[in-house]
Ligand binder design. Sequence first.
Ligand SMILES: Cc1cc2nc3c(=O)[nH]c(=O)nc-3n(C[C@H](O)[C@H](O)[C@H](O)COP(=O)(O)O)c2cc1C
Length: 180
Amino acid sequence: MSLAAAYDPMLIPEQPPVESADFKHSMRFLAGAVSVVTLGQGRDRTGFTATSVSSLSADHPSILVSLNRASSSWPILQRYRRFCVNVLADDQQAVADNFAGRGGVKGADRYEGAAWETLASGSLGLVGALTVLDCELEEAIERHSHSILIGSVRAITTRAEAQPLLYWHGGYRHLSNQTA
Ligand SMILES: Cc1cc2nc3c(=O)[nH]c(=O)nc-3n(C[C@H](O)[C@H](O)[C@H](O)COP(=O)(O)O)c2cc1C
């Protein structure tokens, strides 16, 4: 029998669906960098904490973020079509808590207690973040409960000397300085 025949996709049995609870448990093992995504202007300013940020392409500098469409950020993003990804340093956990809505903090109040600078796009960049990516929304692909945001990066600032804030197993983590 040829290899092609051995891997005929028609012969692969249908698999039962994965339980949502099992998937959530599995994702607890995925360590992630913590970012806050800032968006909107004036009284519309809001944003959210995200671990779903990843690089899409350096060829056309662009990133991906997954945003729950039930979030208060979704209608604002659709209106302004701009967002800014602020990758947090390990001393910025309080900013992560604010933008996750902990303690019921909403909208523009999420920006209180931290220093911000206004970027060319009108979004606010977090002073002291590891890197700040000012983006134009290239596309929002609606899939299941979330939208996959493709951000075209228009401006970048970095602060190389700090350590990242991480999230793993339901809690914030810090890098130990050991190398492999
Ligand atoms: C560590 C962490 C990571 C998160 N990552 C995401 C994410 O990638 N996408 C998302 O839509 N929400 C994410 N959330 C949840 C949002 O930050 C939170 O639901 C939102 O800020 C509050 O929604 P609201 O604006 O409707 O109050 C994350 C929360 C935490 C604490």
